[in-house]
Design a binder for this molecule. Sequence first.
Ligand code: NI
Length: 392
Amino acid sequence: MKQFNKIVSDELFEWMRNIRRTIHRRPELGYEEKETAGLISNTLKELGIRHKTGIARTGIVGELMTDKNAPTIAVRADMDALPITEETGLPFSSEAPGIMHACGHDGHVAIALGAATILKENPPEGNVVFIFQPAEENEGGAKPMIEQGALDGVDMIFGGHIETHYNSGTLGIKTGLHTAYTDGFEITITGKGGHAAKPHEAVDAVVIASQLVMNLQTIISREIDPFHPAVITVGHLNAGTAHNVIAEKAVLKGTIRTTDEAVRKQVVGKVKKMASSFSVLHNAVIHVELKPGYPPVINEKRAVEFAWDVAEKLLGGENTIAIPFPTLGGEDFAYYLQKIPGCFVRFGAARKGLENAPSHSPRFDFDEEVLRLGAAYMSELARYAISRIRKK
Ligand code: NI
């Protein structure tokens, strides 16, 4: 018997599913989550949970305070969607052209509201703060949320992500380093345009860009200690206007993923060095612009212990997965963990026997049973963390 079925009634599950589907239909991009925030605010009002709106533009912080002197735990959900055209064919598909909840943040909101309902009905012996933040996908909404006081008085924070790489009914926990540094870059190559038949009169930005794309990969394969995972991906390359014109300009956009500060500096330094060498080699002007991304999520030891204890109790040891390796994905939950201890987990949501498209795919969907698991887990985890911190 799965314990979490006892904590979340069928009625509460259907209520959460309805919230998830409502938000799914009306996805909003980062810092534009007005309707979503409105729905959250109304729901918290109905639940009788005091909350502040308009934090970091569209963010919300709800407070369930029982005892000023008791520990305070934060439960965090992100609210934003992605600029993707949905292809799931679901009856509650996106009604916003070109925008889709393809990362499960609709589910994260439903889980946090479900946990809030459970904790309101049966309050813990301490305080719980519910953080609904904007813009996880692009600009790192966690940062202004913290700057505007979301973590004030909070002792420990927990969050989770719906994950179709793990089966529904399981939960993944990574000790220590969990996600990567995610630094963006934009390289602009300016050569000299000319006639396609007269290369000697021009500096071909397409050829330089092509060489650069290939050579950037040798930074990873030939320069970095293979025991330190690192990735360079050029995801965007734009150059030229016509088949018979040598392109004057080429623009490359990409991302650098690393898990170690020294390796991060090394890769960034090599990218710059390679660009400046290429500019000398080819008589071009090459400009590198770096866009620092999120720091890594580093789960704190004691918070991991709490997360693990509750997962084993609710789901059983066989459904509690010790994630063996970090992911080179990014997650702005990292900013909270730079301030206070906490743990970020993965809620398994793959449906057996189905395709289970990954997140950020236009066909992404998940097993909605994860809402039941997520709400039961986050509420129990908050309760448990409060009791354990009290005993300290
Ligand atoms: Ni996400």
